[in-house]
Design a protein around this ligand. Structure first.
Ligand code: NAD
Length: 239
């Protein structure tokens, strides 16, 4: 049996599949991840990306934060790829109960997925810190310098920055979904960003599948590990 046939058999036998993904799910849509050789962490900036994307930096260097955020985090031309589309198809067919994502790009929703748990927030929501008014990613992209609300408040992306905690409601729902899943597909993540990566340990179901281009700490702890591109792999699965 090939790896794809093995994956197909597991999908066929499962009723409550949960997908847990990271930046690698969107690289086939043209959005760079963080840790690959062509990822953001290997590009040269005035400050390391971890520092720019921290709460402290947002507060102390807001203009520089927004230069980076507009140029590297907001990518409104990206379209869902085969992985996003297949997951939406699996949900519509009643086989997949949730997509849990570390991504902030909104591509799962664009592909038609309904139950998307965004652990790290979304570039598509940006709130005024004073009055709470919500601004779109496009409005932030078109703004200059430090974006401000008409009330004068500074706008902050609804993105979880380093030093900030994750939304507890989203964590609880993610844990519940994983605990109730009979199959967990982990894909496109280096599994090095915590606490997100720790959520997969709540899985008690039958099939644990990992699809990732590069090795991860979970490679030898699964029912099936495929080293490849998640879009190319999932597009071969029939729902
Ligand atoms: P990461 O950059 O640490 O790791 C990405 C992993 O995906 C790597 O192991 C790489 O081998 C793999 N990968 C890359 N392309 C792939 C493909 N086509 N198919 C299969 N595997 C592929 O990403 P992470 O673990 O998600 O952690 C980075 C953090 O950065 C996350 O918290 C996320 O919020 C954020 N981020 C988000 C986006 C986005 O929204 N698209 C992009 C970059 C970073």
């Amino acid at each position: 049996m090939t790896e794809i046939e093995a994956l197909q058999k597991m999908v066929d036998e499962s009723r409550r599949i949960v997908f847990f993904g990271g930046a690698g799910v969107s690289t086939e849509s043209g959005i760079p991840d963080f840790r690959s050789v062509d990822g953001l962490y290997h590009q040269k900036f005035d400050y390391p990306p971890e520092e720019i994307l921290s709460h402290g930096f947002f507060v102390s260097h807001t203009a520089e934060f927004y230069d980076f955020y507009r140029e590297k985090m907001i990518c409104l031309t990206a379209m869902p790829n085969a992985a996003h589309r297949k997951l939406a198809e699996m949900e519509a067919a009643g086989k997949l109960s949730a997509v849990i994502t570390q991504n902030i790009d909104g591509l799962h929703q664009m592909a038609g997925s309904k139950k998307v748990l965004e652990l790290h927030g979304s570039i598509h929501r940006n709130y005024c810190r004073k009055c709470g008014h919500c601004f779109s990613a496009d409005e932030i992209l078109r703004s200059q310098g430090i974006p401000r609300c008409t009330c004068g408040g500074i706008i902050k992306p609804d993105v979880v920055l380093y030093e900030e905690s994750l939304d507890s409601g989203t964590i609880d729902e993610s844990v519940r979904s994983i605990e109730e899943a009979d199959m967990l597909i982990i894909a496109g993540t280096s599994l090095t960003v915590y606490p997100a990566a720790s959520l997969i340990h709540y899985f008690r179901g039958k099939y644990l599948v990992l699809i990732n281009r590069d090795p991860t700490p979970m490679d030898d702890k699964t029912s099936l590990t495929l080293h490849g591109k998640v879009g190319e792999v999932l597009s071969q699965i029939k729902v």
